[in-house]
Every structure is written in structure tokens, then in C-alpha cells.
Design a binder for this molecule. Sequence first.
Ligand code: CTP
Length: 396
Amino acid sequence: MLAGRKVLVGVTGSIAAYRAAEVVRGLVREGAETRVVMTAAARRFVSHVTFATLSGHPVATRLFDGGPVHIELARFAEAAVVVPATANILGKVAHGIADDLLSTVLLACTAPVLFCPAMNASMYRHPAVQASIGRLKEMGYHFAEPGTGALACGEEGPGRLAEPEAILEHVGRLLAPKDLAGLTVLVTAGPTREPLDPVRFISNRSSGKMGYAVAAAAAARGARVILVSGPTQLAPPAGVETVWVETAREMLARVREFYPAADVVVKAAAVADYRPAGVSEHKIKKEGETLHLVLEKNPDILATLGREKGRRILVGFAAETEELVPRARRKLEEKNLDLLVANDVTLPGAGFGTDTNVVQLVYRDGRVVPLPLMTKRALAHRILDEVLRLRAAPGP
Ligand code: CTP
């Protein structure tokens, strides 16, 4: 949702200013046209050269630099993000004070604005700061809530800047069209775990990132999203109903429960194709030189759904290391899918654990569309664009 969009970043004077560089970098990586405004205090923490280099544009710092810079920048912004946001900028905007470039731009700006507070915990808890935040929220400003923990000042408490990834996600939500409103999207993600004994299991390298990105993107675009997730290290995306499962059979049961309500199913989970034929009640002891495991086949969840497809749009994923397209075509047909997202996991930037992916979209009508390397977030939106197109297309 960020590609080609115009985002204004305001940087104010907190030690967290250096983390704003990660946000700007992320925005640019997602294809957003990014302009940065820095306050005088911010420039004491990080050089404007850093932001000029990352954004590819000069950094605006002064109100009276030639023409009406503040109006130009306010008009430029489709969304603005103040990262980090100090007590000072929150207080100023809450009370309509415009005494430097950033505060003036923010008053002139009619686009959605996201504040990402970062400050000392006592400052953050101060009633005046809390009152500013309350006032700004009433006015419709958005907030990336700060985390709690050890702060740079040595204190513990709330005031730590939200994670750059969460900030990028939030900016994406502000810009997303609500074109999936009214639809229910069922997403599966992550690996499954198939137990061998009380302490061991068989699993795979899936991180869950692709499925979580689809869930987050669908929620940002207004869908009701149910995410059925295997065990992952990821935080569930905002605004998504997350259901945790471990085994393929549990995943099948939960997916079937939500399937009747679903208009769209995106099956990004890396489901274990086989499970140990029996789960040992006690820990398996090392005895012989070899250990033979007997595995039995798991149900194919997607194929099961494909048999009761109705008018739903079904999207599958396939990770291959060879013969990508012929195999993808076969799977699409066998599982009765509308779209198969095929990735060659041997390519650099593709596959497990990465934030990017390189895929080919394989359609029912035989079309194959190779996509360039892109972030999983951008790919998630692209997949949802295709889902909308497929829904709009006349059925066979
Ligand atoms: N899938 C599923 N249930 C399974 C296995 C896979 O729903 N038991 C889904 C996955 O979520 C994914 C697609 O099917 O969307 C992957 O297809 P699959 O044929 O299982 O491919 P791979 O396991 O990647 O490869 P292969 O079976 O060819 O080794």
C-alpha cells in the first residue's frame, strides 16, 4: 500500500531519532516517496545528511527557506508520521502552536498523521503530556503506542519508541483503501508441529511472515480477518482474530470451523505433509545406532477446502526447489484453486524467514505472472489486488 504513496516524516529531538532512519529506510524500500522534516533539536541527535541520503531528497528544517515550504509539504503528504514524537511536539500540536517548520506543517496538513511518542517514562506519564495525547486522539490523530522497558535515560517504564516495523505497518493502514470491507478473509500461516514424544516434534522452517503480512494487509483494507497460525515468533497483527494451532489436524479443524463464513482463503501455512504414526507417551530413549520413524500422511487442508469451494476465492502457496511452474499448475488443478503463489525457495531473497519474496502468480486460466523481488508486505497487497480482480471476473 506504500508503493508510490507520498509520506512526510517529521523527526523531533529524542534519542530515538536514530530509529527514525529505519522507518525512512523502510518507507523507501516499500516504494513510498518520502520527505523528511527535522526540528532543530532532532538535528542535535542525527545529521540531516542521514535522512537526505535515505530519502533521496533534501531535508526541510527551516520555516522561512524561500517560499511557503510548510504549505508545499502539507499538500505533498498523503500521510504524515512524526517519529519520534517528543512531549514538545505533542503539546504544540494539541494546542495549535506553530513556531517552527514541523509544527506549522502539521497544522496545515489535512492528511492522516501518526504520532510515535518516545520520551522518558516520567515525562510520558505527566498529566500534561497525557492530556495532549488525549486531546490529539479526540482530534483524530493516530498513535503508535510506545513500548515499556528500559529507556535510554536509565529509567524503566513506558516511553520507548514503537518498533519501526510496527510503525511502517501502521502507516500502511492509514493509506490503505477499504476495498475489502464486508469480506471475511481466512488466512493460515506458519509451520505445523507434529509431535513424536512429549518433548520432540517434526516441523519446518516457515517463519509465518508471509501469512501474517497477508492477514495484516487484509485487515488494513477493511476485511474481517481470521488468522489460523501455527507456532511462530511473530506478534499477531492488529485488528486480526488469531487462532493458534500446533498440528496439521488441528489446523484443519479450526479452518473448517471458520470456512463457512469465509469469502477468501489464503493458505500460506507450511503444513507438514506427514506426521509420526504414533506419539510416544514417554520420551524416546537413545538406544540403537539408528532410529526408524514411521510417518503417515496428513490431510491436505487446501484440497479439502477446494472440494467445497462454492464462490470462495482460494489462494495457495507452493515452495519449490525445481520445476516451479509445472508443479504449481498441477497443484492449482488438484486443489481446485483460483491462484497459486509459487516461490522458488532457492532464489536469493525468497522463501523462509526473509522479509522479501520472489514469486510467480499462476492462474486457473493458465497465465503465469512472474513478479520482481518485493517485500512480503507489498506482495501481500498484490495478492489481495488479484483476489479482488478474481472476485470481479465473471465465473466459468
Ligand atoms: N497444504 C495444505 N495441507 C497440507 C499440505 C499443504 O493445506 N497437508 C497447502 C499449503 O498451505 C499451501 C499448499 O497447500 O498453500 C502447498 O501445496 P503442497 O502440495 O503441499 O506443496 P508443498 O508441501 O510445498 O510441496 P510437495 O507436497 O510437492 O512437497
